[in-house]
Design a protein around this ligand. Sequence first.
Ligand code: CP3
Length: 353
Amino acid sequence: MSALQSDQTASRPDGRLLKALKGECLSPPPIWLMRQAGRYLPEYRELRAKAGGFLDLCYAPQMAAEVTLQPIRRYGFDAAILFADILLIPQALGQKLWFETGEGPRLDPLEGGAAIAALDIGNVEAHLAPVFETVDRLRTALPGETDLIGFAGSPWTVATYMIAGRGTPDQAPARLFAYRDPVAFQALMDVLVEATAIYLAAQVKAGADVLQLFDTWAGVLPEAEFARWSIAPTKALVARLRALGVRVPIIGFPKGAGALLPRYVAETGVDAVGLDPSTPLSWAVPHVADKTVCQGNLDPLLLVAGGDGMVRAVDAILEAFDGRPFVFNLGHGIVPQTPPEHVGQLVKRVRGE
Ligand code: CP3
């Protein structure tokens, strides 16, 4: 792990997130939160209203950078995460994407092999150029000690939305598609691996210090399919990024992977792994934390509730990973009804202030 280093930021000393991801044991651990920029913050809602739609915000570098900085100013997190979305990749490949207010993402569903063959990788880098400009602006605007996280969805999770055209409770349409036509589904994985590698390598070139792969829907897959559609494409993506010269640490987040986490860690080549809230600490420490750097895993609803319950859970997480390299985070993204003052209390508790 110690051979890893940031590509563009050789002159910038590692921040606390980078140190932990390279195996340093920090007390207190670095903290950032998935979806730390977003609707729970009044300043986000204000800017979002000015931008028009959510996608307009993603493609407007000055505003997207501003939204990324908002939670850093408020809470002083150890890392900022680029403001964008995992579904920009299908859009860059030519699939129609829009957001229904209050309902989430919608895409024109991919209905078969012909629709997959029509996806066009040639335009990905040009289409996503505004995102790279956001990264570039952020690297200049962020405090020197704040690491910058770039991200993308893992091929499996992105594919679930491309096939169903939306989020569903168990992403059954993609699972069924993959069972019925694994050859076409593999072709989709191959396109997504290549497009995502291009996208993430360009984020690193623009200044991202760390990458995170969101595999939000990994947990709906049975063991054999988890190996085939979560592990294998992630492994191919990590290998492709390394072949492109990307040397920054990569965090994998296979939500719901459960007992398959050690296998994910052993086979994908990621440098750290995000744990979801249902992963028991007593199991994760011997089975995962002994092999890689862990990140997580407070239940986002405990952050909504706040108070003693939150404090006890935070302390239990800190105690479980004490003496190991660790990154404090939630086990999934912040939800919009989170009171902003609870986030401040969380950061203070983790830092022992
Ligand atoms: O973490 C951050 O602060 C960075 C920004 C970020 C967003 N989406 C902004 C966003 C990140 C890392 C994501 C990842 C993402 N997007 C995932 C994987 C992680 C997860 O949460 O499961 C997924 C599945 C998506 C797809 C997506 N985008 C959905 C399902 C939704 C609708 C759900 C919702 O919260 O409304 C979005 C919209 C979205 N992405 C918003 C934000 C701030 C809300 C849009 C708004 O302002 O109305």
